[in-house]
Unconditional design. Sequence first.
Length: 335
Amino acid sequence: MTRKNQTLGEFIIENQSSFQYSSGELSKLINAIRLAAKVVNHEVNKAGLVDVIGAAGDTNIQGEDQQKLDVFANEKFIQTLTNREIVCGIASEEEDSFITINSSDEKHQNKYVVLIDPLDGSSNIDVNVSVGTIFSIYRRVTPVGTPVQLEDFLQPGNKQVASGYVVYGTSTMLVYTTGDGVNGFTLNPALGTFYLSHPNMQFPENGKIYSVNEGNYIHFLQGVKDYIKYCQEEEGDRPYTSRYIGSLVSDFHRNMIKGGIYMYPKSSISQSGKLRLLYECNPMAFIAEQANGLAIGGKTRILDIEPTELHQRVPFFCGSRNMVKKLEDFLNKYH
């Protein structure tokens, strides 16, 4: 029975029947993510007081400058997940390749892989803007008892068994789904405990917020340009409000609560889009669909895309159902 002020642990136990696999396995995984998130949250909240902000001096596999907190968050999540007897592999946006993890009996008995963006929007840390963590969980497809393989990670999003995000903002929230709705838990920093604060989260079917980097407008496809102009027209309940933070977790979280659409299209300067399918789009799309929203990569449902590489980029549009459908109408004008 779902009730407010449940702890995350209590919620998992009381709703274990909704998870098709072992509840003990899910509990271990979510608990590992919860623990790592609390450690990262502690560091994020010290930004500016100690030397954790700024560039680390390296670049990740995408050629992006790594921030010091990127590296810290990546290490903490990998370390915490590795110490649990459940994960057979981890893929991180910050790593060139996936990491193979053996079970304690050295017989590769673990069943789950985790794909993670340890610190989404980390470039905002220096200016005290909300950032987050995104995670995605799959059951391996290769035989238990063998080392994990690339194919275990290159699964379409519709095979996810759980996904979620943590937003480090004015309060710290962990939001996740196992395919039976979306629930949000807020951290009580005094007790170090996550409590159910947002049960059964849902996108409103209609919204009045559109989130896109309009500085790239000139480079967008014509269908996206037309939709943005539609959002700006003075007609009916329009114009809509433009809100863009530059942190996917924060923009998504706001739009799910208030109603809106998030857009990161491909463009003439980014032919494949910018967001990563496995670390950002798939987990957020799973949450969106579980919360009565939609997520597409243009004319394709995000969760149906067959991944071809670990760091694959795709266009990404998600949010309130009717807003995404309206965008599709504009995209379909230019086949």
